[in-house]
Design a protein around this ligand. Structure first.
Ligand SMILES: [Fe+2]
Length: 83
């Protein structure tokens, strides 16, 4: 999704967090798409490549989550305390 991040009403921190959250959504979508393709294909070579790529997307998601936790104190707290 392409978005205009030049809204003068938003702080730089808000825009950065929004970009990180949107990127996280896209990483999770990619993980789901790779997983489906892994299960569809009968080609073992392709399955291996797609599995590797899926796991890289998981690493990307973790990196983004780490960024969000660092910049959003409430979100970070939910990892420590939740129902
Ligand atoms: Fe990625």
């Amino acid at each position: 999704m392409r978005k205009n991040y030049n809204d003068p009403n938003l702080t730089e921190e808000t825009i950065n967090l929004e970009m990180a959250r949107q990127s996280l959504i896209e990483e999770f979508q990619a993980i789901n798409w790779y997983q489906e393709r892994i299960e569809y294909t009968k080609d073992e070579d392709l399955k291996k490549i797609l599995s590797h790529n899926r796991d890289e997307e998981k690493e990307h998601a973790a990196m983004l989550m780490e960024y969000i936790r660092k910049h959003d104190a409430v979100q970070n707290d939910t990892f420590l305390h939740h129902d």
